[in-house]
Design a protein around this ligand. Structure first.
Ligand code: NAD
Ligand code: DAU
Length: 371
């Protein structure tokens, strides 16, 4: 069972598992909220080892029924409300989906697996979480500093501080989104510690790539540059995120699902810190080049707007445990991943138009006029 498989990361994970593991039956469970779209999976929807179930993870009876009907032995749980700005506007929804939804799935897995003769043998509940649960780091080196050797990988971009989130960093969430994800992570670990449910948690940094809903920084800005709309940079644009190409996250999930140790936590990251404003400039250069516009043509779209409340300054993941113990490292350099992503969005305007309906546009207009 892959939950949230019609969303951004979930669609890449579903595609990878359906094509790489013909011997598995993949059940994609998704409610199809504004962020879930089956258009992201048209290439694999007819595969014999793939089933889609439209269901709400908060519906406990529906989850119990799905576990029994499909004799589920493994769960990769991605379904969630994922956008920080929306969590500021509607925290209840985030508690409902991210906390109660995770709890319903944990309990359904526990009850079903405990009812089987082999119980927890060869079972796994793998929960996908975020680096945002760790809170924020300081931007102590605004000019950038070389990454420590242990943290070298595909990305050669400098770090903006010398401290990183590790698997033992204390949780300190600041947004309703990260508070709900932190709570879900605690429930997952509690089900392992209390009932012996075989669980793994991974905490990943910012993903980007094809099929990301155009409310997140990178696809929103590609879309706006293309149609020459303002680019709303929060605050001074100095905030730092660690960026990972979505297919690299999917490959990490594959590795952890098959070789990760039960009860462990693994951090997943790109060793690739960027200030928002530098990403915005890179996006403008890339979109303009691919559209044949003159250099600098769209620089004036950059518009500094009121900062996001509680905006975390810097996220930086130390993913060396995953590198050391399971041999995973990101394969894409950022400039290469951004080029692929921009090219994909420019070639798939039909997908963007289909997922951004009137309700979405109205929501955004409301948000910006209220800042
Ligand atoms: P997304 O918003 O693109 O997709 C979420 C999916 O979950 C959608 O298909 C939606 O329909 C589904 N969903 C929402 N509520 C549901 C419910 N009640 N029942 C069933 N399905 C429901 O999210 P994403 O960016 O792909 O993130 C996936 C997971 O990865 C989330 O758990 C998120 O916290 C985590 N994560 C995301 C990032 C990132 O950069 N996007 C980084 C680290 C971790
Ligand atoms: O770190 C992992 C997290 O990354 C995931 O858990 C979340 O699901 C995912 O949404 C993402 O959260 P962020 O808040 O970091 O992503 P977002 O794309 O919303 O913003 C990235 C940065 O860009 C952040 O510092 C805020 C800034 N930003 C964002 C938007 C949408 C802007 O300056 N302007 C914008 O319009």
């Amino acid at each position: 069972m892959i939950t949230g498989g019609a969303g951004f990361i979930g669609s890449h994970v579903v595609r990878l598992f359906v094509t790489k593991y013909p011997e598995y039956r993949i059940v994609n469970v998704d409610k199809l909220t504004y962020a879930g779209n089956l258009r992201s999976l048209t290439d694999i929807e007819g595969a014999p080892n793939y089933v889609f179930e439209k269901a709400d993870i908060v519906n406990f009876e529906a989850m119990r029924e799905l576990f029994a009907r499909y004799d589920i032995s493994g769960v990769i749980h991605l379904a969630a409300e994922s956008h920080v700005d929306r969590s500021i506007a509607d925290p209840f929804l985030f508690a409902r989906t991210n906390v109660m939804g995770t709890l319903c799935l944990l309990q359904a897995a526990k009850e079903y697996w405990e009812s089987r003769p082999e119980q927890y043998e060869n079972k796994l509940f793998y929960h996908i979480s975020t680096d945002e649960v760790y809170g924020t780091l300081e931007l102590t080196h605004p000019e950038g500093v070389e990454l420590p050797c242990a943290a070298s990988g595909a990305g050669a971009h400098p770090a903006y501080g010398t401290d990183f989130f590790s698997e033992t960093t204390k949780y300190c969430p600041h947004s309703p989104y990260s508070a709900s994800k932190a709570s879900a992570d605690h429930f997952v670990r509690a089900y392992h510690d209390t009932y012996g449910l075989p669980t793994i948690v991974t905490n990943c940094s910012n993903n980007y790539g094809p099929y990301q809903f155009p409310e997140k920084l990178i696809p929103l800005f590609i879309n706006n540059i293309r149609s020459r709309k303002p680019l709303p940079v929060y605050g001074k644009g100095e905030n730092v995120r660690d960026w990972l190409y979505v297919e690299d996250h999917a490959s990490a999930i594959d590795v952890v699902f098959h070789r990760g140790k039960v009860a462990e936590t693994y951090n997943i990251g790109g060793f690739n810190e960027w200030k928002n404003i530098d990403i915005v400039k890179l996006l403008i250069r890339t979109v303009d080049r691919l559209l044949g516009r003159p250099e600098g043509a769209d620089d004036d779209l950059i518009t500094y707007v009121t900062d996001r409340p509680g905006h975390d300054m810097r996220y930086a993941i130390d993913a060396s445990k995953l590198l050391r113990e399971l041999g995973w490292a990101p394969a894409h350099r950022f400039e290469e991943g951004v080029e692929k992503t921009v090219a994909w969005y420019l070639a798939h305007q039909d997908w963007v138009d289909a997922v951004t309906d009137g309700a979405y546009v109205a929501y955004y207009e409301h948000m910006y006029t209220n800042r």
